[in-house]
Design a binder for this molecule. Structure first.
Ligand SMILES: NC(=O)c1ccc[n+]([C@@H]2O[C@H](COP(=O)([O-])OP(=O)(O)OC[C@H]3O[C@@H](n4cnc5c(N)ncnc54)[C@H](OP(=O)(O)O)[C@@H]3O)[C@@H](O)[C@H]2O)c1
Length: 249
């Protein structure tokens, strides 16, 4: 198949481009450096030319709900419309596993953007041409969400069923290969505290550097993140634990 990956230089997208190539697909790697801007729509339709599947892996890291909604609504719309111009094209959207109350929470506005992204695709793309691939948080997210203040690291305390990004990539590539559509949720093998994953990662890095591990402080989050809000109810699971992932670093 020919597959266009939007967000091809990102944490997920770069790995997915490699995976799909290894599986024998022709991959069009789309990102701003290649002249494709999903936010304003430039080059999006051209990058979709001749592709059987359009994969949305674009991202904007922000906790501001207005910015997240603005980015994800524009980007998903431009990709969905490119697919609509080419009947028979499938769209695979990489989303996050979260429960509806999280998408409504003002605390982490990013999830409002993801909720809108999903809505735009469900509205524009016919259901038999849409794969909504919802992944739980990746272990790698720890670095994105850590705030460093001298020797101390602050991370949000969230209940997560995290998995390695490489595992989410493998599972999405497999799903695309089979031609499955609908909603697929994936997660790691165990439910744990995000701050605990951050502690183990910091300890591992300190040990490799022969340094003292930094103090990691989990900041309690009120609301659904501290409960089951990010735990998918019945996901397909990766067998790779956080300790196994740490050994690959
Ligand atoms: N982190 C997690 O734990 C997690 C879990 C589940 C799902 N997800 C989802 O996975 C997706 C990808 O996340 P990620 O961490 O891999 O992203 P990332 O590393 O931040 O990469 C973002 C990608 O989007 C591209 N991009 C940004 N703005 C663009 C624009 N206007 N036009 C075209 N491309 C643009 C970037 O390319 P250029 O900057 O080169 O243009 C880059 O390739 C997100 O939707 C996220 O919600 C994340």
């Amino acid at each position: 198949m020919q597959i266009t990956v939007y967000g091809a230089t990102g944490t997920f997208g770069a790995r997915l481009v490699d995976q799909l190539g290894e599986r024998g697909h022709t991959v069009i790697a789309a990102h701003r450096g290649s002249g494709v801007d999903t936010f304003n729509g430039n080059g999006v339709a051209e990058a979709a030319e001749g592709s059987d599947v359009l994969v949305d892996c674009v991202n904007r890291v922000t906790m501001n709900g207005r910015q997240a909604v603005d980015f994800f609504s524009h980007s998903s719309r431009s990709i969905a419309l490119a697919a609509a111009e080419r009947p028979g094209t499938t769209v695979a959207c990489l989303s996050i596993a979260f429960r509806p109350e999280v998408g409504e929470s003002k605390l982490l506005g990013y999830y409002q953007g993801k909720a809108v992204q999903e809505r735009v695709y469900r509205r524009i793309v016919p259901s038999d041409g849409l794969l909504m691939f919802r992944s739980a948080q990746w272990f790698e997210l720890v670095d994105t969400m850590t705030v460093t203040a001298g020797p101390v690291r602050f991370v949000p305390k969230m209940r997560v069923q995290a998995l390695a990004a490489a595992e989410a990539v493998r599972m999405m590539a497999e799903t695309i290969d089979t031609g499955e559509t609908g909603t697929v949720e994936v997660a790691g093998p165990e439910v744990s505290d995000f701050a605990e994953i951050a502690r183990r990662l910091s300890a591992q890095r300190a040990q490799s550097a022969g340094a003292k591990p930094p103090k990691v402080i989990g900041l309690p989050l009120p609301g659904p993140m501290a409960r089951e809000g990010l735990i998918p109810p019945a996901p397909r699971t990766s067998a790779v634990t956080v300790d196994e992932w740490l050994r690959t670093l």
